[in-house]
Design a protein around this ligand. Structure first.
Ligand code: THU
Length: 136
């Protein structure tokens, strides 16, 4: 499937965003190793801190369906330049996606930049940083 198609799917997901507070809808499309596309949108809550971003919605949906190997993530919002994922999403992306996996950041005007997971969160804290042996 072409990249423009993944972008279109992310835009479609964005239309489902539940954003009564920010009025800032975001969409994401996550492509699995077997070319399935899992969509995500941001879902807000009256208790603001419980908001789930579009990227994390897509990743959590995929993982909850047993899909854990990914080859691309696309994010879209109505931003001036390509949308910038928040810190929490960068950490969750780093948990489930390879360092060199491409992440396409885009907006409704068609500005797009492709970065890697490593670029989004250099030096991410990962499972390898936990040395349980030290404490037993
Ligand atoms: N948001 C996302 O869904 N993804 C991003 O990359 C940036 C921020 C959401 C969270 C909240 O619902 C709204 O955008 C405003 O912060």
């Amino acid at each position: 499937m072409k990249e423009s198609n993944f972008i279109e799917q992310a835009k479609r997901a964005r239309e489902y965003a539940y954003v009564p507070y920010s009025k800032f809808p975001v969409g994401a499309s996550l492509v699995t190793d077997s070319d399935e596309v899992v969509l995500g949108c941001n879902i807000e809550n009256a208790s603001f801190g419980l908001t789930n971003c579009a990227e994390r919605t897509a990743i959590f949906k995929a993982v909850s369906e047993g899909k854990t190997n990914f080859k691309k993530l696309v994010v879209v919002a109505d931003t001036d330049g390509p949308v910038s994922p928040c810190g929490a999403c960068r950490q969750v992306i780093s948990e489930f996606c390879d360092k060199d996996m491409p992440v396409v950041l885009t907006n409704l005007k068609g500005d797009a930049v492709t970065v890697t997971v490593e670029t989004l969160l250099p030096g991410a804290f990962t499972s390898g940083d936990m040395d349980h042996e030290r404490y037993v």
